[in-house]
Design a binder for this molecule. Structure first.
Ligand code: ARG
Length: 448
């Protein structure tokens, strides 16, 4: 039922009603709407606008409405413009128009909705934080399970330097740790309470906004009532964090997809976390990772859609702001479904340590170590870089013949030290960075 009508000769046209109706998505906010009403009833009593008996009857009525909502008995009808109107109408049925009609004093849907979206996001942010921690645990668990495993490190997707698998895995965990920190920082702003700001100008009834804020477990009432009803930066900031989490998962997902190819063969996905093909019987696809990559796009869309809605809105409340909810509801649902699946996939990855270690020194990825070895023997790095680079070129030119010693000129330029190309160093010298620095020294003492 609409919360307005007195100044209108008739009801809204069906077309307007269909456009205006938000119960299809804001119904999700009913637990917070009920909580806000309980808190507001308290503030009304403190302001002398409800007797203690009336307040008790109001709480009982709200509890009864909440029970009907929880059981699914009370659902939205086409006559309801939004969840706020529907719940007030249900309260009036429960406690009668005399008492039910008193609850709205000093509040507007504008300060209500600005508060409810915060309550919703604060709750879900906690759930998402918890899921992020589980994912970080899964990554750390894999890192711990492979303490010494080496793998090819890449830049530009080209062989760069050998690294530890654990090091690489944890490089995907740190961005998620920062996402946790972002959610914590965001929370400090999100707990500000818009309730009491009314439509935009506060209330003239002496209702104390601090009572509502306290009852709802929020922080201080926001200091400016126009800002409190008009701003949605806190919602947009949440959407940004959600998009950033999506991007962080997507980058990890891309690694997993590539590692899982036959050509790379670094990792095998658990059957429970991969999918098959309807036509190709041999297929085992990394759909969780692909969906993570795809859903990152969706999360970015949620953010950009919301930002576009906010851009250029005049103060204070405008109905455009009703469009703030679906993007963040979508972002919340997307992350809450994606994160557990992603964590399960990561926890059950099986790495082929041998293959990764064998490939780690490929592609002349120890060339930097050769240059560093020269530096430790007094060669300026500029020169050492040239020498090591020339060795790589020589090895490339000779192909499989690159086990031969360097040319006399080269030997001369590296002051008598024998040079072998990185590709041809003995296999026990092919070690991750922690030990690879020592590798050329060993090969040098052997040859000298
Ligand atoms: N359902 C609206 C929203 O989600 C709140 C209604 C405010 N309506 C109004 N005419 N001031 O933002």
């Amino acid at each position: 039922m609409a919360l307005w009508g007195g100044r209108f000769a008739g009801g809204p046209s069906p077309e307007l009603a269909a456009l205006s109706r938000s119960t299809g998505f804001d119904w999700e906010l009913w637990p917070y709407d009920i909580a806000g009403s309980h808190a507001h009833a308290r503030a009304l009593t403190a302001a002398g606008l409800l007797s203690p008996d009336d307040e008790a009857a109001m709480h009982a009525g709200l509890d009864a409405v909440a029970a009907r909502l929880a059981s699914g008995e009370l659902v939205a009808t086409d006559a309801d413009e939004d969840v706020h109107g529907a719940l007030e109408a249900a309260l009036v049925v429960e406690v009668g128009p005399e008492l039910g009609g008193r609850l709205r004093a000093g509040r507007s849907r504008n300060d209500q909705i600005a508060t409810l979206i915060r309550l919703y996001l604060l709750d879900h942010a906690e759930a998402i934080r918890h899921q992020l921690v589980q994912l970080i645990d899964a990554i750390a668990g894999q890192a711990e399970a492979h303490p010494g495993a080496a793998m090819p490190g890449r830049t530009h997707l080209q062989s760069a330097q050998p690294v530890l698998l654990a090091h690489h895995l944890l490089a995907h965990a740190w961005p998620l740790v920062r996402d946790l920190e972002r959610l914590r920082d965001w929370r400090a702003r999100a707990v500000g309470s818009p309730y009491g700001a009314g439509a935009l100008a506060g209330n003239a009834l002496g209702i104390d906004p601090a009572i509502v804020a306290r009852e709802l477990g929020l922080g201080e009432p926001l200091p400016n009532s126009i800002d409190a009803t008009a701003a949605r930066d806190v919602v947009a900031e949440f959407a940004y964090i959600a998009a950033q989490i999506g991007i962080d998962l997507s980058r990890f997902a891309e690694d997993i997809i590539v590692w899982n190819t036959r050509e790379f063969g670094f990792v095998r996905l658990d059957d429970g976390y991969s999918t098959g093909s309807s036509i190709m019987p041999q297929k085992k696809n990394p759909d969780i990772a692909e969906l993570a990559r795809g859903k990152a796009g969706r999360l970015i869309g949620d953010l950009t859609g919301l930002l576009a809605t906010l851009k250029g809105l005049p103060l204070a409340y405008n109905r455009d702001l009703q469009e703030d909810k679906e993007p963040v509801f979508d972002a919340v649902r997307t992350l809450e479904t994606l994160l557990p699946a992603f964590a399960g996939m990561v926890a059950t990855l099986v790495f082929d340590e041998e293959r990764m270690a064998a490939l780690a020194p490929e592609g002349f990825s120890l060339a930097t170590d050769v240059a560093d070895w020269l530096v430790r023997r007094g060669v300026p790095f500029r020169e050492a870089h040239e020498i090591s680079g020339a060795l790589v070129r020589l090895c490339e030119e000779r192909g499989s013949g690159c086990t031969r010693r360097a040319t006399p000129t080269m030997r001369e330029s590296i002051r008598g030290s024998p040079a072998r190309c990185a590709r041809c160093s003995p296999s026990r010298d092919r070690s991750p960075p922690a030990t690879s620095a020592a590798a050329p020294r060993r090969s040098a003492s052997r040859s000298s």
